[in-house]
Design a protein around this ligand. Structure first.
Ligand SMILES: [Mg+2]
Length: 230
């Protein structure tokens, strides 16, 4: 049974669009300038800035005038409660499962947030399993989290594919376990020179479709001497 590993944030779900929505509502609710939305998005950095640092910067900018509970609600649940799974991605995943792929989500983040996203989007009923870095104590690109994902669905990593939007976490991570990968570019150019994905797709639906139609392609395009995919 071939294994398909999938990143969650900004791959299966548009996490940044969801956070933007939550942040815009937050600013309106607290009568703060709409123009601060871009500042907040930069500060958030796709969720990569530690939440306590975001909270501190917001407190400084607004002179501590915001209720702490409202800030925590925004940062802890804002994006998670608003994420949606695009219909095209849902259909592509359904096709992958119907074709016999074992699908597992591999995501860096906190259990409460990531499981909220997985359940609210119905991904819990679509995929066979998921692994969240907080729960396993390892973050992508560490091989351990990919091994944990494979184990969680009773599959082997041989012949596995990884789909994700983050060059280092997802694509470098896939290379580390000898898996093929599709980078979800969202139109961005690939800029890393020491490693590269097997394939580049605009979005998750196209990435999944690529993998499903290439099942059986031998893993012979990786040249260990040059550390490069050809
Ligand atoms: Mg991601």
């Amino acid at each position: 049974m071939p294994l398909l590993l999938l990143d969650l944030d900004n791959t299966l779900v548009d996490r940044d669009a969801s956070f933007r929505k939550a942040a815009a509502e937050f600013l309106a609710e607290h009568a703060l300038p709409e123009a601060d939305l871009d500042w907040l998005m930069r500060l958030d950095a796709s969720g990569y800035t530690p939440r306590q640092d975001v909270a501190r910067a917001m407190s400084e900018r607004y002179d501590g005038s915001l209720p702490e509970s409202a800030v925590h609600q925004l940062l802890d649940r804002g994006a998670a409660e608003r994420v949606i799974l695009p219909e095209a991605t849902r259909e592509a995943l359904g096709t992958a499962v119907a074709d016999g792929w074992v699908c597992a989500v591999v995501t860096n983040g906190r259990v409460a947030q990531q499981e909220t996203k997985i359940r609210n989007t119905g991904l819990d009923r679509l995929v066979h399993g998921w692994v969240i870095s907080e729960a396993v104590g390892h973050k992508k690109p560490a091989p351990e989290i990919f091994h944990a994902a494979a184990a969680s669905v009773g599959a082997a990593l041989d012949g596995a594919w990884m789909i994700g939007d983050a060059p280092h976490a997802d694509i470098r991570g896939a290379q580390g376990i000898g898996a093929r990968s599709v980078w979800v570019s969202g139109g961005r150019p690939w800029t890393e020179t020491t490693y590269r994905p097997t394939h580049i797709a605009q979005d998750a639906a196209a990435a999944i479709a690529h993998v499903v139609t290439h099942v059986g392609t031998p893993v012979t395009t990786y040249d260990i001497r040059t550390d490069y995919w050809k």
